[in-house]
Design a binder for this molecule. Structure first.
Ligand SMILES: C[S@@+](CC[C@H](N)C(=O)[O-])C[C@H]1O[C@@H](n2cnc3c(N)ncnc32)[C@H](O)[C@@H]1O
Length: 261
């Protein structure tokens, strides 16, 4: 093995063809730490050995990809913000339009898009809507399509919502079709793929935490162009757009931004 093969830069290049994940867009310190901790716990000492292993073992590859992309989620994660959405943001949006196009970008196993769908069905009965939900990880997308959840996905979910929109089965809580049919799932890499346009609402929460500042700014520029004028961007509870000028997005409440006319 050449010395130059056991560097992080080498790993980034070697990992890209199989994964489509360009780690240059992610913060190096955090990513390197996550890769190293996974390698250590699986007893790999060098990047080339590890790349060989994940290229030949699909189970190891999936488990590593999951570790790297961190797909922890929950229904109605950060209750205060979902209350603001229900009590302030959606009432204004639905006053202007009765047909909404929404997007949950980095949707993990579906908790976020299904929470959006349940909010609209439960509190805004006259509104027609469709939700696109995208993620880079095909395994979480499959879980989202299956729509079966465990008790600990519901820490922030009101009991009457669980009762109304889920059926308890042997495998867990199954989301009902009335909600499921509102959401279309697709694989998409937010850093490299083309975006659809004409959205009235876009949630991208807890996805950009490990992106570099440049990658975040580029992403928010693209998000802004995907929104209709008056459309809303909903960010995660540590994600502010401070200092990002010229995005054409103005804050309307904490963690909600509106695309300017
Ligand atoms: C922590 S989860 C957030 C899930 C949900 N938005 C929430 O807040 O509960 C982050 C998700 O972002 C996805 N992700 C990471 N990088 C991505 C990329 N470049 N393109 C699309 N999705 C990505 C991961 O696969 C993961 O499912």
């Amino acid at each position: 093995m050449l010395n130059s093969e056991n560097t992080y830069e080498w790993f980034i290049k070697a990992f890209y063809p199989k994964s489509g994940l360009d780690l240059n867009f992610y913060k190096q310190n955090q990513m390197q730490r996550r890769i190293q901790s996974f390698m250590t716990s699986h007893k790999y000492q060098t990047y080339p050995d590890f790349i060989r292993a994940i290229n030949s073992d699909p189970v190891l590859y999936d488990s590593f990809f999951k570790h790297l992309t961190i797909n922890v989620s929950q229904f109605f994660r950060d209750t205060t913000q979902w209350n603001t959405l229900r009590d302030t943001v959606f009432p204004k949006l639905t006053q202007q339009k009765t047909n909404l196009k929404l997007w949950s970008a980095g949707c993990s196993s579906g908790q976020e898009p299904y929470s959006l769908a349940m909010t609209l069905v439960e509190y805004f009965p006259g509104i027609n809507f469709s939700i696109l939900a995208s993620d880079i990880d095909v395994n979480v997308l499959q879980q989202a399509k299956d729509g079966i959840y465990k008790q600990n996905d519901f820490t922030s979910t009101p009991p009457q919502i669980i009762q109304k929109y889920f059926t308890l089965t042997d495998k867990g809580y199954q989301i009902k079709d009335i909600i499921k049919q509102k959401v279309t799932f697709k694989r998409q890499n937010l850093l490299t793929d083309r975006f659809d346009t004409g959205f009235d609402f876009l949630a991208c929460r807890n996805v950009v935490i490990y992106f570099t500042e440049e990658a975040k700014e580029m992403l928010y520029q693209k998000f802004s162009r995907s929104l209709n004028p008056g459309g809303i961007l909903f960010t995660g509870s540590t994600e502010h757009l401070f200092g990002m000028t010229n995005l054409g997005l103005k804050p309307v409440s904490s963690f909600f931004y509106q695309r300017q006319e």
